[in-house]
Design a protein. Structure first.
Length: 140
């Protein structure tokens, strides 16, 4: 899912050099990215992490010659828990979380989207973040 038209999470960091490594541990439902950013020039705009998307099942659960499954009617709700963005679809009991370590800022939510201003780099023109995306158990 490297095609930008499918991306649900986008790091906007013009004027910053990036180094990104991705890992997933066996048996866990988490994908983790370690991101290192360094300002390529003084005065580079501060980076922003943006989320846009929803939780639902695909219209075709498998490849068949029949019509798509009926829509679930599920809606996606976003909640900011400081550096954690919680994405919920109550009708499906589906929950995902995006956790960001390395910043003290909180997710801001507006119009069904969310963004996290990564703010001033504590070590000068460098930032180190860990972004973890996971599916978690839904609690009633």
């Amino acid at each position: 899912m490297t095609d930008s038209r499918h991306a649900f999470l986008r790091l906007e960091a013009p004027g910053w050099q990036r180094s990104i490594s991705t890992s997933a541990r066996p048996g866990r439902h988490t994908l983790e990215q370690r991101v290192r950013l360094a300002a390529a020039k003084p005065g580079a705009a501060q980076p922003v992490l943006r989320f846009r998307g929803s939780l639902d099942r695909p219209p075709f659960a498998e490849i068949t010659e029949v019509s798509p499954l009926p829509p679930t009617g599920a809606t996606t709700e976003l909640r900011s828990l400081e550096q954690i963005l919680r994405i919920e679809a109550p009708a499906l009991a589906a929950v995902a979380e995006i956790r960001v370590a390395g910043t003290a800022r909180a997710w801001e939510i507006a119009a069904g989207q969310a963004h996290l201003d990564l703010g001033d780099a504590p070590d000068g023109p460098k930032l180190e973040l860990t972004i973890a995306c996971s599916l978690v158990e839904a609690h009633p």
